[in-house]
Design a protein around this ligand. Structure first.
Ligand code: F1P
Length: 345
């Protein structure tokens, strides 16, 4: 993670991240829309990218499922920046989408971890994450690095659009804190292990979040499914009552991402609705937030930080939760059944 951040936060010259993209600010000034593409964890990272680009860079951004790209007739033009996100750089659906976007003349770049991978080569320009080798099948540090790099890109492109240089520097300093925030979250591993033991026997779980934490809720559910084989679904907190709430019964685990950021009160309201149906609530909250802690049966604290940056320690807390639940269930964590590191067909 520190590698992904290092050397890219040069805000005075406006070059570091852009030079990593193999392009110039002038090329990018023509861009009208940013389309993020990915599968699985990379798709969830793309959703954070969408929020960050709109919020920080004031550019129309959207995430599209790479898996569906070739089965529709997606509208992509020369004024689109297409960002293909892939840890392995070999995922077949993402690669097919890259080829189609290339054909349509879009400005296509890759966000890959594996140097020299097919997507990295076929995009021609892009950023390597330098997240180190992902030993386990389920993507973990690639997600946090993808998010960190996209925050930096959004910050770079947004300077002078949405915020002043001073505000940009403030957020840059927050991004620089990410390794420390993650370290502090990892230090809670023993506490998370004890909490995990209370959730390891269940066969279903729901993850809820809103705003920047919505994609993290999706990713938390995916990690739990992948490595512990618990049926887990991530929902926007407000979507729960549009159907899924019917599934809640006494003891059903609901993991509520209720960090102290915009929308927290609404999420706490949703927690109350779940509690009224007998759900057991595990909250992820901001360190020292006594008000939020009151709503929870159990809680994991993550350090206070900028809402965009909070996505990263929160994701790490959920990765640790899945890890400990999977261990308690005796699952093979690094090589989960039925999963391949890169899905090349
Ligand atoms: C996409 C992905 C991973 C997942 C698993 C299967 O990979 O869905 O997110 O954890 O490894 O593939 P990639 O395109 O990011 O390499």
């Amino acid at each position: 993670l520190a590698n992904a951040i290092r050397g890219r936060l040069d805000f005075n010259l406006g070059t570091s991240v852009l030079s990593g993209m193999g392009t110039s600010a002038r090329d990018l000034s023509e861009i009208q829309r940013v389309v993020f593409l990915g599968c699985g964890t990379s798709l969830h990272a793309g959703l954070v990218g969408e929020y960050a680009f709109e919020d920080l860079a004031d550019i129309h951004a959207e995430v599209q499922q790479a898996a569906e790209f070739r089965y529709r007739n997606p509208i992509i033009s020369r004024s689109d920046l297409v960002v293909a996100i892939s840890q392995s750089g070999e995922t077949a659906d993402t690669l097919a989408a890259v080829r189609e976007a290339n054909q349509k003349g879009a400005f296509v770049m890759g966000l890959c971890n594996v140097v020299g991978s097919t997507i990295a080569r076929e995009t021609g320009r892009g950023i390597y994450l330098h997240a180190g080798p992902e030993i386990s099948v389920a993507s973990t540090k690639a997600f946090t690095c993808q998010v960190a790099v996209m925050l930096m890109m959004a910050l770079k492109l947004g300077r002078g659009r949405r915020f002043s240089r001073e505000e940009g520097l403030k957020l840059a300093r927050e991004i620089e804190r990410i390794p420390e925030l993650v370290e502090r979250t990892i230090q809670q591993s023993d506490k998370i292990e004890k909490i995990a033991a209370r959730y390891a026997e269940h066969e279903h779980a729901f993850f809820i979040g809103r705003g920047y934490l919505y994609p993290v809720a999706l990713e938390g559910a995916l990690k739990l499914k992948e490595i512990s084989y618990i049926h887990a679904e991530g929902y926007h907190a407000a979507e729960l009552k549009h159907g899924p709430i019917a599934l809640l019964q006494k003891g059903t685990p609901v993991i509520a991402l209720a960090n102290d950021i915009a929308g927290k009160d609404k999420t706490l309201g949703n927690v109350e609705e779940c509690r009224a149906r007998g759900a057991r609530i595990l909250g992820v909250i901001t360190e020292g937030d006594k008000e939020a802690a009151e709503f929870m049966d159990d809680f994991i604290e993550v350090p206070a930080c900028h809402p965009l940056v909070a996505t990263i320690p929160t994701a790490v807390a959920l990765q640790l939760l899945s890890y400990h639940i999977a261990r308690a269930r005796g699952c093979e964590i690094d090589q989960p059944r039925n999963l391949a590191k890169s899905v090349t067909v």
